[in-house]
Every structure is written in C-alpha cells, then in structure tokens.
Design a protein around this ligand. Structure first.
Ligand code: XMP
Length: 538
C-alpha cells in the first residue's frame, strides 16, 4: 500500500527526498487524505500528470511537520466528516503557512471556516452531476470551458461573503469554487471522471500555481508489478482464485509473466487456478475453461460449493449477514486448496475499490465509512496474499491487462461482485431464488450482447426483489416476484450513472423474462446514479 507521512521525522524526510531523486523531480504535493472514497483517485490523477504526491495523515501531521517537509502545494481531500457535527482531525495552522492549498469538498469547507467564512448545512443536498459556471480568470481554471460538468456530493456548503473571491457557481452551490489568497477550494470532486475537466484543474494547481515543472516520466506499471512479483514468487507455488472476470485474469497473466523465466517450458505445478461454482453467473465457468483450462502454465480446478453456500445462507435475510456468510465458504474452499497444493501464496484480483468500500484505504486517522464488506478483504489466510491490483481501479487494471496480452474478450467482461448472485437476491438465497436470478442474468446479458449494447454498458445486473406483483398469465392469476434490472455507465466504479437503455430493448428483455421465468411477475428498471445509490443492490 501507499506510504503515509505521519510525522516529519528525519527518516520520513529522507524517504521523500530519495523518491524525488528517483522520479527526477524537486517538488511534491502533500495530500491530506480526509477519508473520502475518492482520495486514491487524486493520487492516480497526479501520477498521470507525472507529479509526485505524498499522502499525509491529518490526525498526526502538524503545521511544524509540513514546514519541515516543505511541499510545493497541499491538497485537502473530501471526507465523511462535517465541519459542524464532526470536526475532522486536522491542524488548522497548516492553512496559515502560506503554501498554496487546494481544498476539495470537506477540504474546502475546512479552509473556508479557518478564514472566517460561514459554512452551513444545505436544505438541498447536492448529489450528482451539475453544470459549473466559472467566474473571473483565476489560473485554477485556465483552459477550462466556462461551463463544464462536475460531480458534487455534499450536504454542507460555503456561503458567499467577503472572505472569498467566488470563482464559480453551480445551481445549488453559490460558491462552487472560491479563493482566499493562497487558499483555493472547490465544492465538487475534480478527481472523478464525471468532472470532465478535473484533470486540467489539478494540472493548473500543480504546475501554474505551485510551480511544479519538473515532472517525472511515467513508468510502465505492468513492468513494475511483474518485477515485484518475480522477487516474491521465485521458486514458490501460487494458488489463484479465478472468477472468469477481468481482474483475476489480469493477476493470472501478471503471475504467468513473473514465473515465465523460471518456467520456460510450461509447468502447471507452479500455479493453480481455482474456480468456485455455486453463486456464479451462467457463463463464468465457461470463460475460465476457455481461456485458462487449456493453458500449459496454469492448472485449473473447479470446486462445486453450491451446497455449502446454500447451507450457510439458509434463513439469512439481510445483505450484510449474507455477505458475511458467503465469505466463510469462500475462505474455507481456498484454504483447503492451499493445503492440498502446498501453496506458498494465495493470489486474488482485489481492487482498490474493494478495499476502500470495505472501510480501508490510506491508513490515516480520518474516519472512513464502510459501505459494504467485500468478499475478498481481511480474510486472514494461512499463507501471504498477493494482490497486485490493490492499488488499481477497474480501468487501470484493464489497461495493465492490455499491456500484457490478456484476451480482450476477458477484459471487457462486465464486473461481477465476488459474492455473486447473493447480492442480487433480496431475502433468502435458496436453490429456487438462485435459479431465478441466474436465469434472469442469462437473458439480460444475452439480449445486451445481441443488441450490441454490452460493450457500451459498464455493468448490468438483474436483482430479484422481495416485492410481489399480481399477475394474470392467460387463465392463471396469482402473484410473482418483481425483478429489477439495472445498468450503469462508469469508468472505474467509484461513480456511475444509470445507462439510458432504449425502451424497445427494455421491453424485449422484460417480455422474455416474464414469459420464460414463471416466478417473475413484473420487471422494473432502476434509474439511480452512484452516488447516492451504490451499483449493486446490496
Ligand atoms: P458498489 O455496488 O459498491 O460496487 O457500487 C462497486 C463495484 O464493486 C463490485 N462489488 C464487489 N466486488 N467483491 C467484489 O469483488 C464484493 O464483495 C463486491 N461488492 C460489490 C460491484 O459489482 C461494482 O462493480
């Protein structure tokens, strides 16, 4: 994981200087990570711009520490705290140092409060994409269109008063961007791809405002990961959990490359891929067989855990308890195979998104919300874990895959949660509800492919709800389940917008589902964005 600055000790400062030497730069940005789900995207955006970013712990780094570290600029991120009810841990004197500072959402509210502006809870919360209208000619918005799209997600807002120059507005935020001397702030999130010109704003802040001109050349991420894995797995055996989706496939190919020198003629005893059957989509197993089953560098084993999943899920009704129950089986199956193989490592396709939603991320003192406990985090295996994608998000994991020759057909598969259909069934998961959810997924995905819509949709799913709908099928009458279809457009899963699928397509899928699956009485389509809704139902 990323290294975090906790105190400006001689050792920590020497580390930063060393890293700057390697990156051929003399300047860096200090990012105070306040616990936002999006913090890591700021680090990634700056990395793309060739700017070195050190993450700082707001609960321990003081103004004295910052003076010693002497960053060219400071970014204070968003977070779940509120300057009102839950003032975040942060030394306010940092804002008085005269170092150019960029506050994002909560970060903006914190610096605004420091200079005497009032921050109040809004009657109308702003969630989602809005039009930002720039005012004046501040360097932060050089080269940015006067009207541009931004993503806002906040309940408190900075009020217009004399302490801030207003640099821009949105419909519900009279000070969507403001400046007070060396302090800039925005109410929106420039780090997410929904904010179309966010990258330009970061570039303006770092280059034009902070004067960071010696940017380091970007390295090949895949090469770095393979080199690191090579050191770890030399002479060792690895068990990898394969799902048939893109992330675990990318990890398998990284490991293949890491083992290739030691294993030039192919020796499947070094890497075993295990596929767990039971709560999966209709075609996952076929993908694993097609792309890995015939390879000479990996042995594939299929483990049917259907009965074990059904047993632990019996009587469980809420999503958190079902998620927890499913993790137990997932871990036990893998532990048994680790033992059988005598594996030295267990590899998984865990992404940064999985960690951050489970309440991890940058290890700082700021509070971080747990959105949902993902299946692949904190499992405490008996052997060390290899998670080479845990600093990546979906789109960057896919580009690593492209660099190392992972088949495109695997890379473009829609994401699918590790807990599988469990999170797409409300109420009890049993043989019957599983069969309904699986059949609905099969029809939906088949139709998306047939209509040519599959590649343009980031993820689609069908959720079996607990709602009942009255039905009249010919002479027959009674009730049937309500099945909810959803589909989103996204880049990395941090944010998403509901996909505007054509009505005739939805009508076709609905007719097929109600005709072919007897237990379904009605089909609805979900039209919520993330935030505030998450992508999966549970
Ligand atoms: P949400 O639903 O939180 O999900 O917006 C973001 C992305 O993560 C997937 N997801 C999971 N992936 N294990 C996973 O590997 C999990 O427990 C899990 N839960 C959600 C979800 O499908 C979406 O792509």
């Amino acid at each position: 994981m990323l290294t975090i600055l906790k105190h400006a000790t001689d050792e920590a400062l020497a580390d930063i200087r060393n890293e700057m030497r390697v990156r051929q730069t003399t300047k860096f940005i200090l990012l105070f990570s306040m616990g936002s789900q999006f913090d890591h995207l700021i680090v990634r955006q700056l990395a793309t711009l060739g700017i070195y970013c050190v993450v700082a712990d707001p609960s321990s780094v003081t103004a004295d520490d910052v003076k010693k570290a002497a960053p060219a600029g400071i970014i204070v991120s968003g977070g779940p705290a509120s300057v009102y009810n839950e003032p975040p841990p942060f030394d306010g004197a940092i804002f008085d140092l005269g170092i150019p500072t960029f506050g994002i959402c909560l970060g903006f509210q914190m610096l605004a409060q420091r200079v005497g502006a009032s921050v109040t809870p809004q009657t109308k919360r702003e969630f989602g994409v809005h039009t930002f209208r720039a005012a004046g000619n501040d360097p932060l918005f050089d080269g940015v269109a006067r009207e541009t799209q931004v993503l806002e997600s906040h309940g408190d807002a900075v009020n217009a008063d004399a302490s801030f120059d207003i640099l821009g507005t949105t419909e519900n935020a009279p000070v969507a961007a403001g400046r007070h001397k060396h302090l800039w702030g925005v109410q929106f999130h420039p780090e997410v791809t929904d904010s179309l010109e966010g990258m330009k704003m970061f570039e303006n802040f770092c280059v034009k405002i902070c004067g960071i001109t010696d940017r380091f050349p970007a390295h090949s991420v895949a090469e770095q990961k393979i080199a690191a894995l090579k050191k770890q797995v030399a002479g060792k055996k690895v068990l990898i959990a394969l799902s048939g989706g893109s992330d675990s496939s990318v990890v398998a190919y990284l490991l293949k490359a890491a083992l290739s020198q030691e294993n030039p003629r192919g020796d499947t005893s070094r890497m075993t891929g295990i596929y767990i059957r039971g709560i999966d989509r209709p075609d996952d197993e076929a993908y694993v067989q097609k792309y890995f089953g015939t390879q000479d560098w990996i042995e594939v084993k299929i483990c049917d855990a259907t009965d074990r999943f059904l047993e632990v899920l019996r009587g469980k009704l809420t999503m958190p308890e079902k998620r927890l129950a499913m993790r137990g089986v997932y871990k036990n199956v893998l532990e048994t195979e680790i033992e059988k193989m005598g594996a030295d490592f267990i590899a998984q396709g865990t992404l940064y998104t999985d960690l951050v939603e489970s309440g991890h991320g940058h290890d700082t003192g700021a509070r971080r919300a747990q959105i949902k406990l993902h299946h692949n985090t904190d499992l405490g295996f008996s052997v060390p874990e290899l998670s080479p994608l845990e600093t990546e998000v979906k789109d960057s994991a896919r580009s690593i895959g492209r660099d190392i020759g992972v088949p495109e057909d695997l890379l473009i598969r829609h994401p699918f949660p590790g807990p599988g259909l469990v999170v797409r069934i409300e109420g009890e998961v049993n043989a019957e509800t599983l069969a309904i959810a699986r059949a609905a997924d099969g029809i939906y995905v088949e139709e998306l492919r047939a209509a040519g819509l599959y590649p343009s949709v980031w993820q689609a799913g069908a959720t079996l709800t607990r709602s009942e709908h009255s039905v009249s099928k010919g002479d027959d009458a009674g009730t049937g389940h309500v099945l909810a279809l959803w589909a989103v457009w996204s880049v990395n899963g941090f944010t998403a917008r509901f996909a505007e699928l054509p009505y005739d397509f939805l009508a076709r899928v609905s007719r097929r589902i109600t005709n072919e699956i007897r237990a379904v009485g009605a089909v609805v389509y979900r039209i919520s964005d993330k935030p505030p809704a998450t992508i999966e139902w549970g």
